[in-house]
Design a protein around this ligand. Structure first.
Ligand SMILES: *Cc1c(COP(=O)(O)O)cnc(C)c1O
Length: 409
């Protein structure tokens, strides 16, 4: 074993759930695309918060509340650094990517779009980045235009250029596809969209666990992430938005914390980012998310990307030795997600048998039904990788598939 592999063995040991057995077998968890497992550092931060630090934020004058506020706002600064946003005013805590997209649709969309305007989404979007725009289409009479992908699961920049027009007001695109693993050239896509005067929203739910993300470098207007996909807790995420846009957007929800003053005649809204954080926030979630970001940064996002790339290469090579197995999604730029089908076998039957071997993979449409329609399959089996996976997980995956195939064919 070389040095880097040794380090990753230590990293794996920090995930208590992976010490568990499942159906009598050591758990092989290959479903980080649905939700990642959590390292001790995150679990302990949550435990410490509720044991020693819990109080509501922003209001108390007593020490405990001030400390909880410091931790919560510290998490915002950690998130700013993680995404390289210019200001903490650009970091809005939300429940996750889904809520972030809905916030943009409701607040920015309702205020800025009118009948005849157009939103472009790609064919590989998660339902979270399709349905909010359909709701808006039905409400406002805007057009929803779909940017198709090729059979490798890639977006062509020229196709984007020819589909854009002065009617296009927003491009909503995933940074990395959860169903295919494709990493989209979001920086180049943003440049193209901006040259037509459109705004850009990037769904970063899958990208943030796997690579360095710099929102200033990408240049996008909005960027969404989910804590639970990146080693953090569920129920917390971030919407990044450019300050000048957030500043003029109307509030998304009304309530406590988002106001400056309230009378029955008139309410003055709080400053950014609090204008978008109505009610008591998910304080422990934000603290846990910040801890997850620190966990990833302590390993190094580039090292994570390199490690997972080598694991993906190994997994792809090994899986392709299986007769009748077809990989769905073979983009040149791909992250640690591998979707496949096996001729003559239903993905659900396969995954159910694999569970008997302690292997957690997902068999579904992955909340991306249009992707399934493109490839003309009802579902795929998806193995998605994280920092805690290793070659032995892949070897057990392959062995389990071979065994299940014997039984099913
Ligand atoms: C998981 C996921 C979402 C939705 O995230 P939630 O945390 O469920 O809100 C959106 N887009 C992609 C690409 C995802 O993988």
């Amino acid at each position: 074993m070389d040095g880097s592999q040794l380090d990753f063995a230590q990293i794996r040991a920090q995930f208590p759930i992976l010490q568990q057995t499942e159906n009598g077998q050591p758990l092989v968890y290959l479903d980080g695309g649905a939700t990642s497992q959590k390292p001790l550092q995150v679990i302990e931060a949550l435990d410490r918060y509720y044991r020693e630090q819990n109080a509501n934020v922003h209001r108390g004058v007593y020490g405990l509340s001030e400390r909880a506020t410091e931790l919560y706002e510290g998490a915002r600064e950690t998130s700013r650094q993680f995404l390289n946003a210019k200001s903490i005013k650009e970091i809005v805590f939300v429940r996750g990517t889904t809520e972030a997209v809905n916030l943009v649709a409701h607040s920015w969309g309702l205020a800025n779009l009118k009948a005849g305007d157009e939103v472009i989404v790609t064919e590989m979007e998660h339902h979270s980045n399709i349905v909010p725009w359909q709701l808006l289409r039905d409400q406002l009479g805007i057009r929803l235009n779909v940017l198709r992908m090729n059979d490798r699961g890639e977006i062509c920049l020229n196709a984007l250029k020819s589909q854009m027009s002065e009617k296009t007001k927003l491009l909503a695109v995933t940074h990395m596809s959860n169903a295919l693993g494709t990493i989209n050239p979001v920086k180049e896509m943003t440049e193209i969209a901006h040259s037509f005067g459109a705004k850009v929203l990037v769904d970063g739910a899958q990208a943030t666990p796997h690579m360095t993300v710099d929102v200033q470098d990408i240049g996008c207007d909005f960027y969404a992430l989910s804590g639970h996909k990146m080693y953090g807790p569920t129920g917390i995420g971030v919407l990044y938005g450019k300050e000048e846009l957030l500043d003029v957007m109307p509030p998304y929800q009304g309530g406590g914390d988002m106001i400056y003053s309230v009378t029955f005649e008139k309410t003055e809204y709080n400053v950014l980012p609090y204008k978008f954080e109505a009610g008591t926030p998910h304080i422990s979630g934000a603290i846990g998310l910040a801890e997850a970001m620190k966990f990833m940064q302590s390993i190094g996002l580039d090292r994570i990307a390199a490690y997972e790339a080598s694991l993906l290469k190994y997994a792809t090579e090994q899986l392709k030795t299986i007769e009748g197995l077809r990989v769905i999604g073979e983009a040149e730029h791909k992250g640690g997600v591998i979707s496949f089908i096996i001729e003559g076998v239903h993905p659900h039957d396969m995954a159910t048998l694999m569970d008997q071997d302690g292997i957690a993979v997902r068999a579904s449409h992955h909340c991306a039904m249009p992707v399934m329609q493109h490839f003309n399959v009802p579902a795929t089996i998806r193995a998605s990788l994280g920092v805690y996976n290793n070659k032995s997980d892949i070897d057990r995956l392959v062995a389990s598939i071979l065994e299940a195939k014997e039984m099913l064919l």
